[in-house]
Design a protein around this ligand. Structure first.
Ligand SMILES: [Zn+2]
Length: 260
């Protein structure tokens, strides 16, 4: 049993064969999916997928790439969307000056609006953080002092210092295809050493397919490669990783209901 804690099932890449993809994932042992919002103004399409399938949940948020366009998204607007039973988290939101080119001030404003929504609802904040470890650690520390909120660091690619800060704030770390890329030895060390009750797995499909599929369209069934590597790194087996990460998912995402 595995849960894909971060995928983008609403993306056009999946329009031709969404049913088949979910069926393949189910056959591979994936029994729940969290499909992630990246633009609040286009949230309807994310919600539509979550409403269509029993075991698909979703989050609402603005990826930092779209911070300029969605700088006017308010905390109240995010909170209002979480009234829906299938909306179980906030995000993805965060900081990214590597892949994205939104202005820094807009990124900070939008990220803080999401933090406030997570604090107010106590729903997990799914964080996208790329190459901004110091700023991310500082904001999370400062905001947590004003009142805690559940944190999930998605596709964790930060260094040991950010991992330590995040874990000290109660955060969960999620690992996806990046973990399998040869150059990411630091991530593997962090994944090997993180507490067992703070780990999640994900695909970020259709992006970031794990080795040996890295040039293909990613899909949730491929999570097995990341989960197996995580098991190897932690000297355990796939079943144990599946059980631990699924328990962690349901502990963190309190609105998700186990189907069994
Ligand atoms: Zn994503």
């Amino acid at each position: 049993m595995l849960i894909d804690s971060h995928c983008h099932l609403d993306f056009d890449e999946f329009n031709p064969d969404r049913d088949a993809i979910l069926a393949r994932a189910t056959a591979a042992g994936v029994d729940a999916f969290l499909t992630i919002g990246i633009r609040v103004r286009q949230f309807a399409r994310v919600l539509a997928v979550a409403e269509q399938y029993d075991n698909v949940y979703c989050t609402v948020g603005t990826l930092p790439h779209f911070a300029d366009e969605e700088r006017d998204v308010t905390t109240a607007e995010l909170v209002a969307q979480t009234a829906h039973p299938k909306v179980i988290g906030i995000g993805e939101a965060g900081l990214d000056t590597f892949f994205g080119n939104a202005s820094w001030d807009a990124q900070i404003d939008v990220f803080r609006a999401h933090i406030h929504a997570a604090r107010q609802t106590q729903l997990p904040l799914v964080i996208h953080s790329v190459r901004q470890d110091d700023a991310m650690a500082q904001i999370l520390t400062e905001e947590s002092r004003k009142g805690g909120f559940p944190i999930l660091m998605h596709a964790f690619s930060g260094g040991p210092q950010l991992a330590e800060t995040a874990l000290s704030l109660g955060a969960y770390l999620s690992f996806g295809g990046l973990l399998t890329f040869p150059e990411n030895e630091t991530s593997r060390q962090i994944a090997a050493a993180a507490p067992a009750d703070r780990l999640l797995v994900e695909t970020d499909a259709p992006s970031l397919a794990p080795v040996p599929h890295q040039d293909e369209r990613n899909e949730p069934a491929l999570i097995i490669h990341t989960a197996q590597l995580l098991a190897d790194l932690r000297h355990t087996d796939l079943a144990t990783i599946g059980q631990q990460t699924s328990e962690n998912f349901y502990r963190l995402f309190t609105k998700a209901r186990r189907s069994d």
